[in-house]
Design a protein around this ligand. Structure first.
Ligand SMILES: [Zn+2]
Length: 273
């Protein structure tokens, strides 16, 4: 069975490019048990504790409701019901996950906006890691929700990664303190290149960390100061075909009339935290 090279159907996620064998889920079907919730179906190995699966299902539902509210998409609350339920494949441990999915060893999981063989949205990850329930799961659900909202229209990577990190445990709480220090050293991504900066080409882990932090800090700034509905309006314009830069400035005026104005306001916000 050949590995499927990631293309546009795959979401970028934490720099991991998902190379998940299209045949993997079927080939392993005898191993998977399933548990169905209203918006998610979880596939897991028989040795998994089922009370944990129940907990994962309820957490996934919480994240789904919360992120939709935060990004102004909540009136479509049942967008993942029945046939549109998201399939979550949980491997028992990192070794099995790497072996079965072809993911690099450092990968913690990923999301696929549409998996042609499984005919659905898919999240893959593994249990036995502290990060799974509180970081990987909300992160991937964040990606899929935003993708559902804007569909095929492109958003800058900082918007995608900022939204994806929004519900990760304690991240928002610490991100501004981190950014404040970096800003004092004049070390942040300049806004004139931010929208077109492709962090996936970056090899320096410090720069990657900074980029992720700045992305989350910006999304938090926008949602806390101007609200979820406004953010949702911006996404809807993008979904309807307006380019991001234009949609953003149309929706955030008169408070924000340019990306350098955004930079100034955001710097003030972070410094005031
Ligand atoms: Zn991501």
């Amino acid at each position: 069975m050949g590995f499927f090279k990631a293309t546009s159907i795959f979401l970028t996620c934490c720099l991991s490019v998902i190379l998940w064998s299209l045949g993997a889920a079927q080939a392993d079907s005898e191993k998977w048990l399933e548990s169905k919730g209203q918006h998610f179906i979880i596939y897991f190995y028989p040795q998994t504790d089922t009370s944990r699966i129940d907990f994962i299902l309820s957490q996934a539902d919480n994240y789904y409701q919360q992120i939709a509210i935060q990004i102004g998409y909540s009136r479509y609350q049942n967008f993942w019901s029945w046939d549109n339920r998201v399939k979550i494949y949980i491997y028992p441990d990192s070794t099995t996950f790497v072996k079965k999915t072809g993911q690099p060893e450092w990968s913690k999981g990923g999301a696929v906006a549409y998996h042609p063989n499984l005919k659905s949205k898919v999240i893959i990850s593994y249990d036995q890691q502290d990060d799974f329930i509180y970081n990987v799961l909300p992160h991937e659900i964040g990606h899929l929700t935003l993708k559902d909202f804007v569909r095929e229209e492109p958003l800058p990577l900082w918007v995608e990664e900022g939204v994806a990190q929004f519900l990760e445990r304690d991240k928002v709480k610490y991100v501004h303190a981190y950014m404040k220090k970096r800003i004092q050293e004049n070390d942040f991504v300049a806004f004139k290149r931010l929208n077109r900066y492709d962090i996936r080409q970056e090899m320096d882990p410090e720069k990657v960390q900074l980029y992720y932090a700045q992305s989350l800090s910006l999304i938090d700034f926008l949602i806390k100061n101007y609200g979820s509905l406004r953010f949702g309006r911006m996404c809807r314009r993008v979904r309807d075909g307006t380019a991001f830069d234009q949609a953003f400035l149309q929706v955030y005026k008169p408070e924000i009339t340019s990306f350098s104005a955004l930079e100034k306001k955001w710097l003030r916000y972070v410094n005031g935290q």
